[in-house]
Design a protein. Sequence first.
Lengths: 401, 253
Amino acid sequence: MFKPKTYKNSTELANLSGIPIYMHDMVDAALISRLNTFLQGNTGSGKTQIVRDVMHYLPKSLFILGRNDMDTRELFQQVNPEFLRAIKTGEYSETKFKKLTDKVNYNLIAVDELPNCVPAVRAQLFNLFDGFIEIDGKAYPIGSGYSIGMATGNIGQQFTESSNELGRALKDRMHLIIDTDYFMPKPIDTFEMLTQDRNPRVNFKEDREDKTKEIIEEHEKLKQREVPFEKYVIASYLIHGLDYLPEEYGGSKTALKSGWPNKLEGHAAGSDETLILPVSPRAAKSIITLSQALDSIIEEKGAQPDYFASMMTAFKFASAYSGILNPAAVMQVYGENPYKAMDAVIETTKTQFDSQKDLIAAGLEMARQGQEKQKILNEFSGRWGFMRNLLENLSKKNETS
Amino acid sequence: MKLPKIIFGISTEEAYKRAMSREGNGEKKKETSIQLSVQASINRKDYVKVPNTNTLIAKFEPDESKGLTWEKTHYKLAENGLFMPAPALFMPYFMNVIDAYNGKIQLYDGLGNQINRKEVEDIYKHLTINHVNNGAYSWLDALFKEENNFWYIETEHRVINGKLKGTRQPLEICLMEDCYVSLDFNKQGLAIKKSNNQEYEQGKNIKFVYPKDGTVAGFVANSDWADLDCYRIPQDSSSDLGVFPCAEGTSKN
C-alpha cells in the first residue's frame, strides 16, 4: 500500500514467513493500524522524508515544524485559525468549540523535530495525535474519523532516562518508536535517491496522490480481522509471564517498583529477569494491533502469516524504546542497541513457548470441555502461573455456557 | 469466548490426550512403593527411585563410572542405557534424601522396597560429608554457555546416532556469586538464595559455585562442605570423579 515516493531503504527490519519487512512496510503497518509513530534518528537518516512521503498519500495533513518559540496559540492558529478568533471575540462556549473541532478533519498530524517544542505544545500535539484537542481541561474530539500522528526527532540517550519529561511523554503517547539509525538505507538506496533528485532539501512536492480512501478502508478491514487466540496468549505472557520473579525476589518485577533491577544484581546476569519489565496492557493492545497489520501485509505479499513471529516483531518495535528495558543492561551488554536486547528477550520467549505450547494446547482443550484437571493445571508454574489462572477461568466460563 | 481447536499448529484434542496419558498428576504427593519397569541392565537394588518421578538414581557412584571426562562419561552411560542426572533432577533428589534422613519421607529402591534407615543415613552422609568413598564426587548434566552476553544451560544430553546432543534453554534466574546457599533451587536446579550462615551447616546449606562460560556442573561432598559446583572444566578427569547413573523407568502399577 505505502510505497514511498522519494525515500528508499532496502534494509530489512524483520523477516516474516520469508518475506522481508522494510521501513516502508512498518510505516504501512502503522498507517493501517492507526498507531502513532515516532521516528527517532540522526540528521540525514531519512525520517523527515518518510513523513513527507506519507503526506503525499494523505493530502489532508497538518505539517508542523517543531520550534521552541512556538506556543499553543500559534499551534491552534495552525490547526484552525477560528480557535483564536473565538477566544478573542469571547465566543468561548462548548458548543462553539465543538463546531470548530468538528471542522478539524486532518487525517495526518505530522510534526518534524517534535523535541524542539515546549512541553505545553507537545502535550497538545500528543492530544491531536490521539484525535482530540484539550481546551480548559475539556477534550474535544477532532472531526475526522481517521487520524494518526507521526513525528520525528533526535533525542538520543534521553530516551532511556525515565526521569526525562520528554522521554516519558513519548513512551506514554507514541505507540511505535523506530530508531532509523539502526536501519539506514543501503548504498544502492542512497545512490538511487541521489540520481532521482539532487535537491538537498526535503521533497515538499505538492503533486499529491490521494490514497486516503484506501488507507481508511484497510484500517477498517484490519479492525474487523479476527485476532487469533494465540496472540492473546502471547500478549498475556508479555504482561504476566515477563513480570514473574521467584518468591525469594518478591514474586513480581512490578512489585519491586524502583528496586528493579538493582535488587536482583548479582543474580542471573543475562537472563531476562534483569533485562526487561512486563509490557502494559495498553502496550499489549498496540502489539496485537501492529502484528495484525503485519500479518495483513504478509498475506498481501502472498505468504501465510506466522502469528508468533509477527507478534514478536511487533513486540520488538513497539517495546524497544517504551521504557521497559533495563537501560544499564542495554548500554553495557548490548552496545546501547535496544533492538539487540529485544532480540535476546525474544529468543527466551521463543524457547519458553516451544517448551509450553503442547501444554497450552492441552489446557485449552480442557477449558473447552469446561473441566479443571489438576494434572494439566499443575504444569503451569513460575512464569507460566498466569496460564493456570487463565485456564481455570476459561473452564468455568465454558462449564456454565 | 470461542476457544480454538488448533493453537500454535497443534491440535488441542491430541495435546489433551497426550497430557492426560502422561504419568503423574503434576503435583507432588507422598511417595509410596511403586514398581518400575526399567530397560537398562542394572541392579535395581543399587538405585533409589527419585520421589515423584519414574527415574532411578544410583545410591553411590559406581567405580566403573570414574576416571572419565564429562563427555566420555555421557558416552559410557549411554552404552548401558543410562544417563547423567541434571541439577534439575539431582538437587530435588538431594533434598529428598535430607527429608528422608529427617524422617519426613520414605525412600524406595529400584525394586520398590523401602530403603532402611542405615542406608538412608549412608546416602545422606555421602551427599553431605566425606562418607563412603570420601563423599560424593560426581558430574552433573549441565553445560553453561554465554553467547552475545546471554546465558544458556545445555542439559538432557543423550547420545543420538553416536553423537552427544543436549537441549539448550536460557538460564533461569540464579545466584551469580560463589557463596553458601540455602536449599532453594530454581527449576533448573541452580541456587537462588544466599544462606544466612556463610559457614557450612550439614543438611541445611551447601556451597554454590556459579556458572562460567563453557563450564559444567558437578556435585561434591567432602570433610568441609557439600558443593554444587557449576565451574567444573568438562575436560578434567580424576580417578575419584564419577557420576550417579540414572535410568528411566515406566510404572507397572
